[in-house]
Design a protein around this ligand. Structure first.
Ligand code: BGC
Length: 906
């Protein structure tokens, strides 16, 4: 029997009585063995399943992060504390990431360590120097004794000193530039234009060429490759008076050339290290293609799967969404935004874009301030706190004023309350769209946008064509224009472009950094980790690796066109791996695969016309639906199991892709119906960009594997999961409703005055439907595994707590009771049943992704502080109130155990 030993390393911060700055720097620097770049590069795939079973340890590190340079007064909140484990044999790296709370406390547990690994602690926080600390296990280490190491670690602020010197240099360079600029040249910097390109270079109109010469374009969108970017940058430098370089932006959303799973899928990994790495690789590929600015992450919370853009975000939860937002920003911007392989992030769409009424894209948003602060704003704020260099406005209105002209949003909240120092760009033509919103003519709306806080106009040319006149007429001041121009120039400085306009242009990197074997391996790993097993009756999955005949059927079984999803700007779908190819490559020699198409993707003539008008490439089969189904049935008769790869087309999700019916297209349902009638086991492999209504499919299929749009390596990843080379561990981050009529449906809803209780079915006057249950089909946080996990009884160290600094520890034993190694996402929710304002029934406050080998058990612990109890009161103060709290822990948002505690102010 394996012995588990708890090693507690207490990471202590020395609280020195008389603090001098130079005494507050990191000690034990000699332990630092990795540089940031080395670390990121080596972190490819974690071969966690191959770890030997001996020498396992559990490690627990608690600590507090304090900024000493402020005389030890300031706690460092929201820092990332990460344990990095490097397997020496195969140089693969795994890591677990945690976040300090607002008092700077963090707590890491549940790490299984092999003694052959090197173990480091990495601490990162915006504006601080990233530090690495090697964790040493003394040779004489007695495994039965708890050990405390007194480390003196602080996040060092010395970077700030050099930063302030750099700030001065930036100010002086930008000041000089501004002093030389005419008003029109300043306005020109506020104009972002789309530019095409081909193999010969940029494709620009004569008008654009003239504008470049006059200094009337500040940034461009849509052009990449070192050759094209070099040519356009040369034009900007050589033809304009002041030679101000362009910023080059693009929609790099989930990978640049190597396409990763769609963001909703990435969020289903609940793995911030992985998500950060996906952005890191995307940044490296994008910069190798001479880009330096990406329109990502999209951090809009969404409760409505009819909205096609739900695929671009991290789902419905503000806590998880905030972590994803910060991880993406970290990944894109790295520790130094001017490095040649980092890009400036642009989080979007600020704000509340995901709350469009009825899930119809671009529709009106109307929401109470409380809801806004509690559920929708946190991820934007997290992106700001992670240091994002820019933000994009949204198309919708907020409290009656479209966000692109909303001073409260862009200045009072973003800059004055959240201290955002980057620049604000409009969404594409959003300024122009203020006209149909009803805010006035182009001159009027441009002046309003500038005054509200917009710095860069994407695609409306409202600033360019009207601001000069507005200055003359006193609608805007030259000072406001200069301020916006300063922000754009500062971004150029931070990116290193004012020192070297060709900083990101390197013709050789495209060959070494783009679409590499390592990047594709990472894409495969991310893909399989993003899949969610929704149903698995009779343990039909994983499938046998020999003596098996499968019918592989469905319009997406041999498809490549749709695998990259709707937002893969530079991705090349012809490079994607189909499910058929993936299965054949992995196991084709050992099993028999009968492949048939079975159905068209879609037959609705209007939708076909619409999607194909925008590059849908949906080609109808020459055969009738009946002929295709008959062929599928013939194959099915000869096989042991049917694997049906069905779903949406890429064009059915994404921007301008709202659907009122979020089920499978009818022709695919007819195929499934025929397959179900065979009484052979049917495994549905689903591809889609949103939660769908699958109530009927759930009743009849033997298994359902949600694979989203998984990117370049889709087929390989699906094959690995179907045949058990990887045990799925994804968890939903957006609720799957039973019916469209239930939408919006989300786990963190309010209780109402008449909550429905299903055990009281005949009680009619409750908040309920007559014709359907209130419950979702698959709740937030849900996802199965090939193994089964058990959650032992919860053990709270206290039930009465007092004051701000008290801490509650909850422990329990997690067991892997099955035959497969696997990962469980242990989720912690808190409910606050009595408060001065109504609260959600429960809210996610923490989670841990834990790997356990078959039949392994491990104690898990969570530390809860008053930070986890906080909410916005009716005056929008972020506070906690004393009283009763329910702490829920479980594998999803519904199947939880709970403990009740009282937490008092004194
Ligand atoms: C989208 C943005 C995108 C922009 C530039 C807009 O239509 O809403 O998300 O970044 O286009 O392509």
């Amino acid at each position: 029997m394996k012995t588990f030993i708890f090693l507690t390393i207490l990471l202590q911060i020395f609280v020195l009585q008389q603090v001098r700055t130079n005494e507050c720097e990191l000690t034990s620097n000699d332990d630092i063995q990795l540089t940031a770049n080395e670390f990121i590069q080596s972190r490819q795939i974690c071969h966690i399943l191959n770890l030997p079973t001996t020498n396992k340890r559990q490690i627990s590190i608690t600590g507090r992060l304090v900024d000493y340079t402020t005389r030890c007064q300031k706690s460092i909140s929201n820092a990332n504390v990460e344990i990095i484990r490097i397997h020496l044999n195969h140089r693969s790296v795994c890591s677990n990431i945690y976040h300090s709370n607002s008092d700077g406390y963090f707590n890491l547990t549940n790490l299984i360590i092999d003694f052959n690994e090197e173990i480091f602690l990495r601490l990162t926080a915006p504006s601080y120097k990233t530090i690495y600390k090697k964790i040493h296990f003394p040779l004489s280490y007695d495994q039965s004794v708890e050990m405390i190491l007194n480390w003196k670690i602080v996040l060092s602020k010395d970077i700030k000193q050099s930063q302030s010197q750099d700030d001065q240099r930036m100010k002086s360079i930008v000041d000089t530039l501004l002093s030389e600029m005419t008003l029109d040249e300043k306005i020109g910097q506020l104009n972002l234009e789309g530019v095409g390109f081909n193999a010969d270079g940029p494709v620009i109109t004569n008008e654009q060429r003239e504008r470049i010469r006059r200094g009337e374009i500040g940034a461009v969108l849509g052009i990449f490759t070192p050759q094209a970017v070099r040519q356009l940058q040369e034009l900007a430098i050589n033809s304009s008076r002041l030679k101000v370089p362009f910023i080059f932006g693009f929609d790099v959303i989930h990978g640049h050339k190597t396409i990763f799973p769609i963001p909703l899928a990435l969020s289903a990994t609940w793995n911030m290290t992985l998500i950060e790495q996906s952005a890191r690789i995307a940044a490296r590929e994008a910069t190798a293609d001479a880009l330096n600015w990406v329109f990502s992450p999209m951090v809009d919370i969404a409760h409505d799967p009819r909205w096609g853009r739900i695929l671009e975000g991290a789902g419905e939860d503000p806590y998880l969404g905030s972590q994803v937002a910060a991880a993406m920003v970290r990944g894109y911007q790295g520790s130094n935004i001017s490095d040649v392989d980092t890009v400036m992030a642009c989080f979007k769409h600020f704000g509340l874009y995901g709350a469009a009424e009825a899930g119809r894209d671009y529709n009106t948003v109307d929401m109470s301030p409380l809801r806004m602060y509690e559920f929708y704003l946190p991820p934007y704020r997290a992106a700001v706190e992670a240091g994002a260099g820019s933000v994009m406005t949204s198309f919708n209105e907020i409290n009656g004023v479209p966000s692109t002209a909303n001073q409260w949003l862009l200045t009072d909240l973003l800059r004055n309350q959240w201290n955002f120092t980057g620049f604000v760009v409009t969404d594409a033509t959003a300024m122009y769209e203020l006209i149909p919103h009803g805010l006035g003519n182009l001159q009027e709306v441009s002046a309003r946008s500038l005054n509200a806080g917009v710095d860069l106009d994407m695609g409306s040319q409202g600033f360019l064509s009207t601001l000069n006149q507005s200055v003359q007429q006193g609608k805007v001041t030259e000072q406001t224009i200069e301020q916006a121009c300063r922000r754009v120039l500062e971004a150029k400085y931070k990116l290193g472009l004012l020192d070297d306009p060709f900083h990101y242009v390197n013709e050789s990197r495209a060959h070494t950094d783009i679409f590499t074997k390592e990047n594709r391996l990472a894409a495969r790993d991310f893909a399989r980790r993003s899949f969610v097993l929704l149903k698995n009756d009779k343990q039909i999955l994983p499938l046998a690796r020999s003596n098996l005949t499968i019918t592989l059927v469905g319009p997406l079984a041999d498809d490549r066109r749709n695998l990259l999803g709707a937002w893969s700007g530079a991705g090349d779908w012809t490079q994607a791996v189909s499910v058929l190819d993936g299965i054949n490559q992995l196991i084709g020699n050992n099993i028999q695969v009968l492949h048939v198409k079975g159905a068209n993707l879609l037959e609705d003539p209007d939708m076909l016309k619409l999607l194909n008008a925008y590059g849908g490439d949906i080609i109808l089969d020459n055969r009738t639906a009946t002929q295709m189904i008959d062929e599928a049935l013939q194959a099915a008769q000869k096989s042991d199991v049917i694997v049906a790869v069905v779903g949406e087309t890429q064009g059915m999700t994404g921007e301008a892709a709202s659907r009122a019916d979020i089920g499978l297209p009818v022709c695919q349902q007819l195929l499934l119906q025929a397959l179900f009638n065979t009484n052979k086991p049917v495994v549905i492999v689903l591809m889609n960009g949103r939660p769908m209504t699958l109530t009927w499919e759930d009743q009849h299929a033997t298994a359902i594997l949600e694979t989203w749009f998984a990117g370049t390596e889709t087929g390989n990843a699906i094959a690995e999961v179907l045949f058990g080379y990887y045990n799925p561990a994804g968890k939903l981050t957006a609720t799957f409703p039973r019916s469209v009529g239930q939408i919006p449906l989300y786990y963190n809803h309010k209780n109402t005055g008449r909550p429905f209780n299903s055990s009281d079915f005949l009680n009619r006057y409750k908040s309920r439907y007559l014709d359907i249950s209130n419950d979702p089909l698959y709740p937030f946080g849900y996802g199965l595994s090939y193994t089964s996990f058990s959650f032992g009884p919860l053990n709270a160290d206290k039930t009465q707590l007092h004051g701000d600094s008290d801490r509650l520890t909850i422990r329990f034993v997690l067991g892997n009771n099955g035959a497969y190694d696997g990962e469980e996402v242990v989720q912690l929710y808190i409910g606050d049943p009595v408060a001065s304002v109504t609260r959600a029934v429960r809210e996610l406050k923490n989670f841990q992704k834990v790997f356990l080998q078959a039949r392994e058990r491990q104690e898990i612990s969570f530390i809860i502080t008053t930070d986890d109890l906080k909410f916005f009161d009716s005056n929008l103060n972020y506070i906690w109130e004393e009283g009763l709290f329910n702490i829920y822990i479980g594998p999803d948002s519904v199947n939880t155990q709970s403990v009740q505690i009282n937490w008092f102010k004194l």
